[in-house]
Ligand binder design. Structure first.
Ligand code: SF4
Length: 415
């Protein structure tokens, strides 16, 4: 099972502590390799990672590793943080999401002085603005961020790198930089009607609800539409989260996806939960236009069939002629993916592909010496990022690489 975990949690060891009723010890043992156990226990796709390799799978069901990890993290009574002797080297981390927080914690444990620059008003990145409270309570994220702060990491919020300070300027103050600013630029379908009011990107819709607490408007400043009928476009976990949030705000919700259940990228568990909450699924369907004059009145779609496999190995959806139809709705949420926001890299020459994903070498160093990157910002070129735990895996790899880089540099300076 340990081989299936991207951050190599010592699973047999922490479970043996739980068996003996030593929950603090279990949490401490997990934290040797994983700084966010309460988060991972809840949002890791265990079925394709640690639990997939459990030998009990051959006979029946695997050990519920994720749930045990969550239990240990939640029952930790005293948040343990070791006392660490600091060296003089300084590292800046851009973005306080799962990748940045993991790198920051590991580097702090190694003795570096770490400062995290977060653009939003709270640390947590996608854990805070993206994943809803009912899947990952904010107080769990806050508890794990508290632990990272106790390790000596300084987190500066409301710091939009690229606007208030550039990476080049940061390089004058820090010995190394880790860019983990994620992929916060939502994709749209580029179809007529997409600019109507009440058409949200899933990113905006979820941020309003999860971070800005729009469901408590006017007690909180940010509003969100209370729709009667919502159509969510997309088939990933983000689409499931947006659909379930809209449902909990009182709307009837239909998910429109252009392939079938088999190709749907969302976790089976998330699809099941969405179905249990009464979300409708309209598969092999693709939107062609959003209808309405000054507000959304419906969405025109076309039926699809599956053709040959594309480069990703999935069968390509092909439109069926004359199969157009209209779904009446007053809100549309687009959840078809996102790419990196170019802002952080403004005025800094770092090689990237046309979509803005940074190129990195095997040590996650970018084309700019001393600047490393990981998580969703390199996802499009390498298959990194994608899930919280993969982003955290990048954070760990980058921390080790930064440590090696700074030690080698010190040796060269000494020579
Ligand atoms: Fe499994 Fe994720 Fe925990 Fe690793 S971090 S043991 S993959 S739940």
């Amino acid at each position: 099972c340990v081989q299936g975990c991207p951050v190599k949690v010592d699973i047999p060891k922490f479970i043996s502590h739980i068996v003996k009723g030593k929950f603090d010890k279990a949490a401490k043992s997990i934290k040797n390799t994983n700084n966010l156990p309460g988060v991972c226990g809840r949002v890791c796709p265990q079925e394709s990672q640690c639990e997939k390799l459990c030998i009990l799978n051959r006979k029946s069901e695997p050990v519920s590793i994720g749930r045990l990890e969550r239990f240990a993290a939640d029952h930790e009574e005293t948040v343990y943080a070791p006392l660490i002797k600091r060296n003089k080297k300084k590292v800046a981390v851009i973005g306080a999401g799962p990748s940045g927080l993991t790198a920051a914690a590991d580097l702090a444990i190694m003795g570096y002085q770490v400062t995290v620059y977060e653009a939003l008003q709270e640390a947590g990145g996608v854990l805070k603005y993206g994943i809803p409270e009912f899947r990952l309570p904010n107080k769990i994220v806050d508890k794990e961020i508290e632990y990272i702060k106790k390790l000596g990491v300084e987190i500066k919020t409301n710091q939009v790198v690229g606007r208030i300070i550039s990476i080049d300027e940061l390089q004058e103050k820090y010995d190394a930089i880790f860019v983990s600013s994620g992929a916060g630029l939502p994709h749209f379908m580029k179809i007529p009607g997409e600019n109507l009011p009440s058409v949200y990107s899933a990113n905006e819709f979820l941020t309003r609800i999860n971070l800005m607490k729009a469901y408590e408007f006017p007690r909180h400043d940010t509003p969100v539409k209370r729709a009667i009928k919502t159509v969510v476009v997309g088939g990933g976990n983000v689409a499931m989260d947006a659909a379930r949030c809209a449902k909990r705000l009182g709307s009837e919700v239909t998910i429109v996806y252009r392939r079938s259940f088999e190709e749907m990228p969302a976790r089976k568990e998330e699809i099941k939960h969405a179905q249990e909450e009464g979300i409708h699924f309209l598969l092999l369907t693709s939107p062609i236009r959003i209808l309405g004059d000054s507000k959304v009145e419906g969405i025109e779609c076309i039926q699809m069939r599956l053709g040959d496999e594309d480069t990703s190995g999935r069968r390509q959806p092909v439109p069926i002629e004359n199969s157009e139809f209209v779904i009446a709705c007053d809100q549309v949420i687009i959840a078809i993916g996102s790419s990196p926001n170019p802002l952080a890299l403004k005025e800094t020459a770092v090689d990237h592909n046309p979509a803005g994903y940074l190129f990195v070498n095997e040590n996650l160093m970018t084309s700019k010496e001393g600047v490393f990157a990981g998580g969703d910002i390199i996802g499009g070129t390498t298959g990194h990022g994608a899930t919280v735990i993969q982003a955290m895996g990048d954070g760990k790899t980058a921390a080790k690489a930064i440590d090696t880089y700074l030690k080698q540099r010190k040796l060269e300076e000494f020579k």
